[in-house]
Every structure is written in structure tokens, then in C-alpha cells.
Ligand binder design. Structure first.
Ligand SMILES: Cc1cc2nc3c(=O)[nH]c(=O)nc-3n(C[C@H](O)[C@H](O)[C@H](O)COP(=O)(O)OP(=O)(O)OC[C@H]3O[C@@H](n4cnc5c(N)ncnc54)[C@H](O)[C@@H]3O)c2cc1C
Ligand code: SF4
Length: 510
């Protein structure tokens, strides 16, 4: 055999560069369902189902193209199989290829594991650059070289120019790079009103088989499979994209940050999982959004806000991941060591915002960005939870969770664990922010305005405690000086009461 082409579970595109130049007579594709990939964090069952089902559907696509395929399926009833690396080594030993070819894996751990398997089998490994992304790892490293601070905004502007997205005669469309000010609305008191429901993709025979397998192999894993309706094929994903552009993009921007009880999806695209599995190409997603603006179907502010997420944040986050790995895994700027509260896995807490966000996460494998950043992430930072434990939770519970996207968002954005490598200040907020952006506080036993006492909102107590602890550092940073000024106005007695109240809350976390 000439080439053994390894296709990983998040590389499910016929444009995968590892497939380029495949010769049906001499080469073979290998795909491996390794149980360890579902258990190295305590994965939500919907996340496992999505990966396995999408892999099996992609295998059908490869067979339809008459490409030779060696597919190692996870077996019902089995257990204790070796990990991905050992299984790959076994296939290499069996097939004896002259070389192994792979597109850059999305995860540092997997890259190392594939390299080790090939080294141990003494077979050359050809790693091809991942053309799914608009910015290669090398281009990002070049952009970052010599910069003291990495700021997404400057990267994004360069990407807009380089790829000629939302540009007119060399200038940003609408005369501004950033329409964020128009994209931070909260809902009126009566709530969001009628919402366009995102499409559901009822499980077909393959997905039903996977659901049964996951139920049998991973019965103790968190999360429900009852509502599973994620796109598992490229055709599904394209339909999900069209539906978003038609029904939700026009209002996406305005309510991008808003949260509401019983509203898991809002106007969000729900495209992250399909993008991360490579069922969709980011270029086609961006092009569809820009076309909607040009056709007068969606306003520029919302379209710019959406494009910023894909062309800006998504590419930036991936660039930072590869720049800072493996160190990012251990980053712990504040030396936070508290364990993750057990209710992160059940939603059983009195704090309504957390209960709603976690319950919806367990039900759907989804929460939108502000729920992740300002509800679960904000709490973890304020409560001093160890970043590694928080990382393992985020990597487990979302259907879109892949380490290159999850870790920088968790360590860098939510927890400030990398000391502000790409954020100018920690994203901390009291209960007042959650009250402004949602109706969660209306049904909570706590009051976001109260700092101490039995009805004090834990976010508010812990927020003031956090400011109190870090006042001297916050004073020196212009972005946080205002917060430090607020805490400076507290009397010694008020500070003492906050410290005691915070200590009491933290003592109950376990
Ligand atoms: C702590 C934390 C963990 C996260 N973990 C993941 C993860 O594992 N995988 C993941 O894809 N996203 C992750 N995100 C980013 C973001 O929350 C999700 O991409 C988004 O909520 C997915 O929902 P959507 O497709 O409806 O997004 P939309 O709001 O519709 O946004 C459109 C698209 O932009 C991209 N995007 C938006 N924000 C980001 C971002 N900050 N980083 C990377 N891409 C972004 C996604 O591809 C998304 O589909 C995380 C954010 C936080 C704060
Ligand atoms: S009062 Fe505090 S804990 Fe309760 S929902 Fe509001 S922010 Fe969350």
C-alpha cells in the first residue's frame, strides 16, 4: 500500500486535504471509532452521538465515491479497547503502508498521539495544512510575531481586508469595522415574543443505531438524547445554514447577547458543531451571510456581528490555541484550585441562571456564547474553580466542543487563566449584568442587587469579593480602574461583611 489516509472524527469533508490525490488502487482511508475519544472527558451523550453518527455518514459518502475505506467501528457490549494511537498502530501493522497521510488534527493531544503511533511503527507521517481555515497556523504565527498583546479586533480587520469580506473600495462596509454597539440588545420586559424555531433533523437509521450504541456503551455519561436533532451530514448542515440565513440572521445581531427562561437557542445559528466537524466550510457560511445583506434581507450590523464570529473569533481562537499549546492547558493565572461544584453536572442549584443554563446544556448539548461566558464561566472565575476542571467540563458538555475552540475560550476568555494574553481584562460581572441581559433573576430566590445576607445573589457577593481581592492590580489597568474605584469606596465594615459572605458561599461549593 502506498498511503494510509487517516480521517479523524472532526475532519468530515471530501475537501479534506489528506484525500487530495488519492489513488483508489494503491491508497486506503482509515477511520477509527475509539472509545477513549468519548471518555477522556466525561462527554455528553449527544456529543458522542453526533461525532459517531457524522463519522458513519461520512463513511457512506466515501463508499459512494468508491474510495477504499478501512472503518473500525465501536462495538456494542465490548469495552476496554485500546486508544486511538494503539488502534492506528494496529492498522498500520496490518496494512503496511509506505506512509501515513493526515490533515493537521484539531487537537494537540491527538497530533502527538498520531505522531507517536507512526514513529513506533517506523512509517513516515505526512501532515497536510488544514485548508478548512482561512488563516493557516503559520500565517497566524506570523501575524502574532512581535506583538505584545494579541487582540482579535486587529486580526479581524486584517482578515476582512485579506479576504475582501464586507469591504467596499478598500473601506469597511458602512464605514465602520465594528457594529457591536447595535448588537447588545436585551429583550423588552415581555420577552422575546414568537421565536423562529431552528430545524430539527430527526435521527435516521444510522443515527438511531448510534443512539442505541451510546446508550449501551456510555450509560453513566451526562446529557439527554431525547431531543437529538443535530445535523449529521453535509446536506443537513447546508439546510441548517439556509434556515438560519432566512429566518434568524435578520434579528441575530440585535439579541446576540440576550438570555431568557426556556429560550435555549434564540436567534443563534447553531452552526458551530457542523462547522467544527467540517460539514460546512466557513467560506460558504460567510458568503451566505454577506449575500443576505447585499440582497437587503438582513441588516449590516447583524451580518457584521455574525461574520466577526466566524472570520474573526473562530479563526483567532484557533490561531491562539496552536500558538500557546501545550502550555495553555496548565495556565492558571490566579492559582485557582477549588473543585468544580458537582451541580455543574446536574443543574441542581438554587441559582436560577445557572440552573437554566446547565439544564438546557444537559438537554440539548448547547448554550449560547453569553450563557457560556457570563453565566457558567463567570461563576467559575468568581468562585475560583481550577481552570483544568472547568476546561474538562466545557469540553465534555457541548456538541460543538473541540479542544482548539473550547480551551482558548475557557482559559483565555472565561477564566483569564492565561493572564490576559488576548483579553484586556477578566470578564467578571455581578448579578446586575445577568439581570440586565435576561429574566433569570425574576424566578430566583436571590436578589442581584444584594451583596450580603440571606437573599444576596452569589454572583454579586463573589464579584465584590473578587474586586476586593484584586483591587491593587485592577487599579493599574485603565480597563478595570473604574471597578477598582467602586470597591475603594466601600467601608472596612462593608468589605469585612463581603469577605465573610463570600467565604460562606465558597464553603458550600463542592
Ligand atoms: C467557555 C466557552 C467555551 C466555548 N467552547 C466552544 C467550543 O468548544 N466549540 C465552539 O465551536 N465554540 C465554543 N465557544 C464559542 C461560542 O460560545 C460557540 O461557538 C457558540 O456559542 C456556538 O453557537 P452558535 O453556533 O449558535 O453560534 P453563533 O452565535 O451563531 O455564532 C456563529 C459562529 O461563530 C463561531 N464563534 C462564535 N464565537 C466564537 C468563539 N468565541 N470562538 C470560536 N468560534 C466562535 C462559531 O463557529 C459559531 O457557530 C465557547 C465559548 C465559551 C465562552
Ligand atoms: S439573582 Fe443572581 S443567582 Fe439568581 S438568577 Fe440572578 S444572577 Fe443568577
Amino acid at each position: 500500500m502506498r498511503k494510509l489516509i487517516l480521517v479523524l472524527g472532526d475532519q468530515l469533508s471530501l475537501d479534506n486535504p489528506a484525500l487530495a490525490g488519492i489513488d483508489r488502487a494503491q491508497d486506503c482511508v482509515v477511520m477509527i471509532e475509539a472509545a477513549g475519544e468519548s471518555t477522556h472527558v466525561w462527554s455528553h451523550r449527544a456529543r458522542i452521538t453526533l461525532f459517531l453518527s457524522a463519522m458513519r455518514h461520512f463513511a457512506e459518502d466515501l463508499r459512494a465515491q468508491k474510495l477504499p475505506l478501512h472503518y473500525v467501528a465501536l462495538q456494542p457490549g465490548a469495552g476496554g479497547e485500546p486508544g486511538l494511537g494503539v488502534q492506528l498502530r494496529a492498522v498500520i501493522n496490518e496494512r503496511r503502508p509506505a506512509r501515513v497521510v493526515i490533515c493537521e488534527p484539531g487537537e494537540h493531544r491527538v497530533l502527538e498521539l498520531v505522531k507517536t503511533a507512526c514513529r513506533d511503527a517506523a512509517v513516515p507521517l505526512d501532515i497536510r495544512s488544514d485548508s478548512h481555515f482561512l488563516c493557516s497556523r503559520e500565517e497566524f504565527a506570523e501575524w502574532a510575531k512581535g506583538r505584545k498583546e494579541l487582540r482579535m479586533e486587529f486580526f479581524y480587520r486584517q482578515m476582512r481586508r485579506r479576504h475582501d469580506v464586507l469591504m467596499e473600495m478598500g473601506e469597511p462596509a458602512g464605514g465602520k469595522w465594528n457594529f457591536d454597539a447595535a448588537n447588545r440588545g436585551s429583550f423588552p420586559k415581555a420577552g422575546p415574543g414568537a421565536l423562529p424555531q431552528p430545524p430539527q433533523f430527526p435521527p435516521d437509521a444510522i443515527t438511531r443505531q448510534v443512539i442505541a450504541l451510546v446508550g449501551q456503551r456510555f450509560p453513566q455519561h451526562p446529557g439527554s438524547l431525547q431531543t437529538f436533532g443535530w445535523p449529521v451530514t453535509r446536506a443537513d448542515a447546508l439546510q441548517a445554514l439556509q434556515d438560519f440565513i432566512k429566518h434568524r440572521l435578520p434579528t441575530f445581531g440585535l439579541y446576540q447577547d440576550a438570555m431568557w427562561s426556556g429560550m435555549p437557542f434564540g436567534w443563534h445559528s447553531l452552526l458551530s458543531a457542523a462547522l467544527n466537524l467540517k460539514l460546512l466550510d466557513p467560506r460558504e457560511v460567510i458568503a451566505a451571510a454577506v449575500a443576505a445583506w447585499r440582497d437587503g434581507h438582513a441588516p449590516l450590523a447583524g451580518v457584521e456581528g455574525f461574520v466577526r464570529q466566524i472570520l474573526g473569533w473562530r479563526e483567532f481562537i484557533r490561531g491562539v490555541y496552536w500558538l500557546d499549546m501545550p502550555g495553555m492547558l496548565e495556565a492558571n493565572h490566579f492559582d485557582h484550585q477549588r473543585p468544580l461544584p458537582s451541580w455543574y453536572w446536574t443543574g441542581e442549584t438554587d441559582m436560577n441562571c445557572l440552573r437554566e443554563t446547565i439544564t438546557q446544556t444537559l438537554r440539548h448539548g448547547y448554550a449560547h456564547h453569553i450563557q457560556r461566558l457570563m453565566v457558567t464561566g463567570n461563576f467559575a472565575l468568581l468562585a475560583g474553580i481550577a481552570p483544568r476542571a472547568v476546561h474538562e467540563w466545557y469540553l465534555a458538555v457541548y456538541v460543538d466542543a473541540v479542544e482548539w475552540a473550547e480551551l482558548p475560550n475557557t482559559a483565555g476568555m472565561a477564566l483569564y487563566a492565561n493572564g490576559g494574553r488576548f483579553t484586556s481584562k477578566p470578564y467578571v460581572a455581578s448579578g446586575a449584568y445577568i439581570q440586565r441581559m435576561s429574566n433569570y433573576c425574576n424566578n430566583c430566590r436571590y436578589d442581584p442587587k444584594i451583596r450580603t445576607g440571606p437573599r444576596a445573589c452569589p454572583y454579586t457577593t463573589l464579584y465584590w469579593n473578587f474586586l476586593d481581592r484584586h483591587e491593587s492590580v485592577f487599579k493599574r489597568n485603565p480597563r478595570t480602574a473604574l471597578m477598582a474605584g467602586n470597591v475603594a469606596r466601600l467601608t472596612a465594615a462593608e468589605r469585612g461583611a463581603i469577605r465573610t459572605a463570600a467565604g460562606n458561599i465558597l464553603a458550600t461549593i463542592a
